[in-house]
Design a protein around this ligand. Structure first.
Ligand SMILES: Nc1nc2c(ncn2[C@@H]2O[C@H](COP(=O)(O)OP(=O)(O)OP(=O)(O)O)[C@@H](O)[C@H]2O)c(=O)[nH]1
Ligand SMILES: [Mg+2]
Length: 316
């Protein structure tokens, strides 16, 4: 690829990232050696004229001033036709950016400096196999990561709850296949715009005695623990205390977010454990409580969403 084509490709990418009207590279003799107009400007004859004139007048000025300026130099000028941002390309010229007046100048400059570094390589070092890639610094999304374990008797619906949460209710399976060991999955839960909670979820087999040894290794480092019972089977409810006692042997209960879930509430005529009983137990164990149906999806998102919120609220 020729120098000009390479420069234009880089400028195209740069212009596409921001509300930039045009970008041009002017060499030390005041010659425009590359320029790109945004699609909006290209579609508007008047804007083409204004922007082109502006680039040329900047080039003229550069011709006079460049010799005096240092290798590093940045200037920003507000004009009627937009904000003009000039960044020196070493001693070889300058990168001229014409942007909307409302742009975030710091953000544009952060990328412009990367563009300029690449231009130095192309123009001064004559390196032509550089990577035409620019990072997206505008994404300010914060991501927090947590380890969560889900426990409870066999068949209470732990795996199904997670499948519903991660993949949706159309993945619901009527037949029961007991989890044999541990299933690890992850879900990025968007709590708000720009705030993502990344959950690393460990779905542990409900066979209490069988998995005794491995469980402590699995539980280590958990920040969230979900305990599940099946509202149609009282023995699974009575066993919650046993699961809780097991968990707190291996995690610091004051540092972990717990959640108690009473699942299968869609099976209305078979329910043996009432909402009040679930609530009572959750008060004793000092944790929030919610009833869900992994089958129809009722409260599933709310359950894990509230847990994500509780995890994040301590640090926000
Ligand atoms: N009606 C109904 N059935 C459910 C619900 N959740 C799970 N099931 C069914 O209950 C059975 C057991 O579900 P699993 O998710 O495999 O249970 P588990 O807790 O992962 O069991 P283990 O892996 O053995 O510990 C399956 O047949 C599911 O279809 C629910 O909310 N409502
Ligand atoms: Mg399972």
């Amino acid at each position: 690829m020729s120098t000009g084509a390479l420069i234009n490709k880089l400028l195209e990418l740069y212009v596409s990232m921001f509300p930039i009207k045009a970008a041009a590279v002017v060499d030390k003799d005041g010659l425009i050696i590359g320029s790109v107009l945004s699609p909006q400007v290209k579609a508007d004859d008047l804007a083409i004229g204004a922007v082109t004139t502006l680039i040329q007048s900047v080039a003229e000025r550069m011709k006079k001033e460049l010799k005096m300026t240092s290798r590093f130099g940045t200037s920003i000028i507000d004009t009627e036709d937009g904000k003009v941002i000039l960044v020196n390309i070493g001693n070889s010229g300058s990168l001229t950016t014409i942007a909307e007046l409302t742009v975030d100048t710091d953000l544009i400059l952060s990328i412009a400096y990367i563009v300029v570094e690449k231009l130095v390589q192309i123009i001064e070092d004559e390196i032509y196999d550089i990577e035409i890639k620019l990072p997206d610094l505008s994404s300010k999304t914060q991501k927090y990561s947590y380890k969560m374990c889900i426990l409870g008797d066999g068949g209470v619906g732990k795996t199904t709850l997670l499948t519903t949460f991660i993949k949706g209710i159309d993945r619901f399976k009527q037949d029961y296949k007991a989890t044999i060991g541990a299933n690890i999955m992850s879900k990025d839960y968007k709590l708000m715009e720009n705030l993502v909670v990344s959950l690393n979820i460990w779905d542990l087999a409900g066979q209490f005695d069988y998995f005794y040894k491995s469980r402590q290794l699995y539980l280590a480092g958990s920040q969230a623990i979900v305990l599940v019972y099946d509202a149609t089977r009282p023995e699974t409810f009575n066993n919650i205390k046993k699961w809780y006692d097991e968990v707190i042997k291996f995690v610091d209960k004051d540092k972990v977010e717990f959640l108690l879930i009473g699942n299968k509430i869609d099976l209305e005529d078979q329910i043996k454990i009432t909402y009040e009983q679930g609530k009572e137990l959750s008060k004793t164990l000092k944790m929030p409580f919610i009833q869900t149906s992994a089958k129809n999806g009722n409260n599933v998102d709310r359950a894990f969403g509230s847990l994500a919120y509780n995890l994040i609220k301590n640090i926000k």
